[in-house]
Design a protein around this ligand. Sequence first.
Ligand code: ACO
Length: 435
Amino acid sequence: MAATASDTATLTLGDLSVNLPVVTGSEGEQAVDITSLREKTKLVTLDPGLGNTASCFSKITYIDGERGILRYRGIPIETLVEKVMFVDVAYLLVHGTLPTAEERHNFSQLLNFNSLMHEDMRHFFDLFPHEAHPMHILATMINAMAAFYPNVDSQSLVENIDRATARVISIVRTMAAFVYKKSIGEPVVYPRHDLSYCANFLNMMFDSPVKPYQIRPETVRLLNILLILHADHEQNCSTTAVRVIGSAQVNLYATISAGISALSGPLHGGANQAVIEMLRMIQQDGDVGKFIRKAKDKDDPFRLMGFGHRVYKIYDPRAAIIRRECEAYLKTIHYCDPLLDVARRLEDAALADSYFIDRHLYPNVDFYSGILYRAMGIPENMFTAMFALARLPGWVAHWQEMIGSRTKIVRPRQVYIGKGLQTADVFPSKNPLLI
Ligand code: ACO
């Protein structure tokens, strides 16, 4: 399924003319291969934000942003959320196929065996300030894993990839729940071997010695759906961070820590928390139109959080599923969230406004997910950690693919626009205080 070399593009600049190969992907996407451009012409390309650059070949996830299509290893997300669990999707992303019954059993065993974090790491949690954001704690803790679980370097994949994947997915889940328990001053709850991945997480989050947690199957189902929908999204900002850092052949944990840090930003995964903060602000103010006007005002830094996407120019297919599930789940658990009404009104107003229509701005994955997390009892500062938990298999799959394709170290060029050569008279006369 390698991309095929089909056409040739010709670049002409003055008297210079050069032919560049055009490659075609398995879904018909075409790209001009510029790897020989600089050698042939001394020219580089300029693409800030890389919005027009394919940084690699990949077989993991396919997105068609014009038609609202998202597939993992060829399978539409709509089918995956109906038919399988998050653990199957994790396996699918890393291996390329869904697990057989035996492979699933073995993978589940690995998830179970690797769910405990090294006991010495528990002390780290005591040292963070109480109000520290979970994403900052997670990024630090995952980086520290390299010290406790060595041998996952990118040069020699000395560990079995299943074990590495299971360890990352399982321990980070334990860590995320520990972060929450510590933040509310409750004793931590250990993972249980008899619970599925999502049920285990919910139990670690909400079980308490004085109030046992009742695991609801509909909540477990919903968490599976949310994690599946966030599991991968090809070369997004955090996955690109993982690939860039990984290209220097650092260990897997360092790359994932970089992914977590990138994800924490409000323009990326941090948007899910920012959406709820925005909806609350609009609810208190009561005037949806005022916030639409603010979002359109170029002198106002305010943007509609959870709206817009670099790739989707149509309704984000993940947001469509989450909105549907959100309405259904709130009904099932008889929970009325006034922020859902604000979100609906805001969406309707934006989708009827020419500013948003002309720019193809629609709700993205983060617009409704926070409302669901709230209904599940997950606190706002944990929303982005939930996203991180879900994205782990995607990051591992991309890291693995990058190592396998022997990617060169990522090291872009630039167009220098600074000063020319400076002469000696730019140095200040000697500062007497420094003598
Ligand atoms: N509210 C108001 N205007 C917007 C918004 C928004 N949410 N998003 C984009 N625009 C406008 C821009 O101002 C710009 O207008 P202009 O052409 O008049 O200058 C135009 O739409 C294009 O926007 P860009 O910022 O160039 O688009 P880009 O692809 O670089 O950014 C992004 C995509 C970061 C997601 C952007 O839409 C945004 O900031 N959205 C809000 C934050 C958010 O929800 N992030 C989560 C994304 S999903 C994810 O990462 C998991």
